[in-house]
Write a protein that binds this ligand. Structure first.
Ligand SMILES: NC(=O)c1ccc[n+]([C@@H]2O[C@H](COP(=O)([O-])OP(=O)(O)OC[C@H]3O[C@@H](n4cnc5c(N)ncnc54)[C@H](OP(=O)(O)O)[C@@H]3O)[C@@H](O)[C@H]2O)c1
Length: 279
């Protein structure tokens, strides 16, 4: 079967599901092979506007019985209910279950979907909403290559994917790329504030900071050089960039980021334990 003919079902048709579906449609996936169930009229409307031929279902269980790939795209707190609804549904033994629910562990997924042999846990991030996402993927070591290919196909519709070999690293993915966009937003916010103090209006300050952030990100992604080399290249001794970077280093920016990412990772571990009910 061609990838674009896989039947892919989404339980929950909110922001993330819509982002993945948009990406799949743009990549040429057959709309009549995409199924979504969602109680929200708003989400259903958005999906119908995206492509009239997407199959909108009322019933999660019915949807789950129809698809090769089942994407669990509801909020984490809703997932136990959804799992209960699906527990008695006849689903293909080959079906791949993908959970994008933050903090929901493989142990929980294995417990809830005990009939499923193929399960992937994903940690996406918000730039997925514009096709610029970075997702971490984890599966038990025995997941076959076909299922891995399906998971890549689905997640690459919203950006890049990275498989991790140890589930604990999903907490690190959460700390780096899951929460990461907010760190860059904070930096932009701070730069924008100062730009306004320097005399720019809000719109000008926003343009200067957001385009600089986007440009730096694109340059770093496109380049084979490390971020350190790119930074050194724009830093002439005694120049303006050097004056600014000296302040950031003196202020302990590296240590601040170390503390921040470690705090996020620790919190992700705690939330995962809480979700398992053992804390
Ligand atoms: N957005 C992100 O940046 C991000 C990042 C990492 C991970 N995630 C994960 O992605 C998942 C989805 O997030 P989201 O931002 O797309 O959330 P969302 O926009 O709230 O979408 C969830 C959708 O599921 C619907 N829903 C609620 N109960 C349902 C049920 N029983 N059966 C079927 N659908 C149901 C909701 O409808 P109602 O609105 O009517 O409740 C809503 O339309 C979450 O688990 C989140 O942890 C999101």
């Amino acid at each position: 079967m061609k990838m674009n003919e896989l039947s892919i079902g989404f339980v929950g048709g909110g922001n993330m599901a819509q982002a993945i579906i948009r990406g799949l449609l743009a990549a040429g996936h057959r709309p009549d092979r995409l199924y979504v169930s969602d109680p929200s009229a708003e989400s259903r409307q958005a999906l119908a506007e995206m492509h009239g031929n997407i199959r909108l279902q009322n019933d999660n269980a019915e949807l789950a019985g129809l698809c090769d790939v089942l994407v669990l795209a509801v909020k984490p707190q809703v997932l136990p209910d959804v799992a209960r609804q699906l527990a008695t549904t006849e689903r293909a033994a080959s079906q791949l279950v993908i959970s994008i629910a933050a903090g929901v562990t493989m142990a929980s997924l294995r417990g809830w979907f005990s009939d499923s042999k193929r399960i992937v846990r994903v940690m996406p991030n918000t730039p997925a909403l514009i096709g610029a996402g970075m997702a971490g993927l984890y599966a038990d070591h025995d997941l076959d290559s076909i299922a891995r290919g399906w998971a890549d196909y689905v997640m690459e519709a919203t950006g890049e994917s990275l498989w991790v070999s140890d589930e604990a690293l999903i907490d690190a993915v959460t700390a780096v790329s899951g929460s990461g966009p907010a760190y860059f937003f904070l930096v932009m916010e701070a730069m924008q504030e100062v730009a306004m103090e320097m005399g720019f209006d809000e719109q000008q300050a926003r343009l200067l900071t957001t385009r600089t952030a986007a440009g730096a990100g694109l340059l770093a992604s496109a380049s084979d050089e490390s971020a350190a080399v790119l930074r050194e290249r724009v830093t002439s001794p005694g120049g303006t960039t050097a004056a600014a970077l000296e302040q950031l280093e003196q202020g302990g920016i590296r240590d601040i980021f170390r503390k921040a990412l470690n705090a996020a990772q620790k919190r992700a571990v705690e939330l995962g334990k809480h979700e398992l009910g053992d804390s």
